[in-house]
Write a protein that binds this ligand. Structure first.
Ligand code: ADP
Ligand code: AMP
Length: 224
């Protein structure tokens, strides 16, 4: 299964992608995570993108398209993948179509999470994650079971993203509206866009996404 999860920053893409990884045994390709890993490693790429990332602007299409093409060719993607944070421009969407066609691959679904701006700001402001295993939390919506201790690995070391500050968030929302939202009509025209209400609690969003994917799977099984 090959899926794109679309939606503004803080919509819940990463939260849902992680669940789908467990459910379908496919990999999550988060371009934001890839950039954060590059910056943490101090690689040339990491240094090149740091300023753009921290300001909440988009890294160039060239870099991102190359990064995704390299990644989807790796053996662990053979069973399928969930794109989280890519594509983010119409040029990236067109390049993705072209690269998938070149490699004989097709998309099963493009799922867009709809969340209003006030909720996005609240979600991003409260977001933090475990520094050791990366598990994501929220101060209000998803606290660790024991305060200050990661549910998964027990670590008490938590971090917040450098671009989750008020200035960068405001820029990221502007960038989303100007450069990423136009992807929705691009996929709607192709007939593969499914909109899901992302304002609902995590479990309800999960049920809605599973509904979309089970319809897609049945369509695939019945050859439509
Ligand atoms: P994205 O990957 O789209 O930027 P995340 O999955 O990181 O978004 O979610 C942003 C924050 O909102 C996280 O702290 C997460 O725990 C929380 N969150 C995700 N989905 C929901 C939801 N449906 N309701 C409330 N909070 C949510
Ligand atoms: P995310 O983790 O998806 O919220 O992405 C965090 C930041 O990484 C964005 O604000 C951009 O600076 C950069 N980024 C991630 N994915 C892309 C992409 N597909 N195109 C351009 N920049 C990206």
């Amino acid at each position: 299964m090959r899926i794109i999860l679309l939606g503004p920053p803080g919509a819940g893409k990463g939260t849902q992608a992680k669940r789908l990884v467990d459910k379908y045994g496919i990999v999550q390709l988060s371009t934001g995570d890839m950039l954060r890993e590059a910056m943490a490693s101090g690689s040339a790429l990491g240094q090149q993108v740091k300023q753009t990332y921290e300001a909440g602007r988009l890294v160039s299409d060239d870099i991102m398209i190359r990064m995704i093409e390299d990644r989807i060719m790796q053996p662990d993607c053979a069973r399928g993948f969930i794109l989280d944070g890519f594509p983010r421009t119409v040029a990236q969407a067109e390049a993705l179509d072209a690269m998938m066609a070149r490699h004989g691959l097709s998309l099963d679904a493009v799922i867009a999470l709809k969340v209003d701006e006030k909720a996005l700001i609240e979600r991003i402001a409260g977001r933090f994650s475990c520094k050791v295993c990366g598990t994501g939390y929220h101060e209000t919506f998803h606290r660790p079971k024991t305060d200050g201790k990661c549910d998964i690995c027990g670590s008490s070391d938590f971090i917040r993203r450098k671009d989750d500050n008020a200035t960068a968030v405001s820029e990221r929302l502007n960038v989303y509206n100007a450069q990423t939202a136009p992807i929705l009509p691009y996929y709607a025209k192709k007939g593969c866009l499914k909109q899901v209400d992302g304002m609902a609690p995590v479990a309800d969003v999960a049920v809605a996404i599973d509904g979309v994917l089970s319809a897609v799977t049945q369509g695939v099984l019945h050859g439509s």
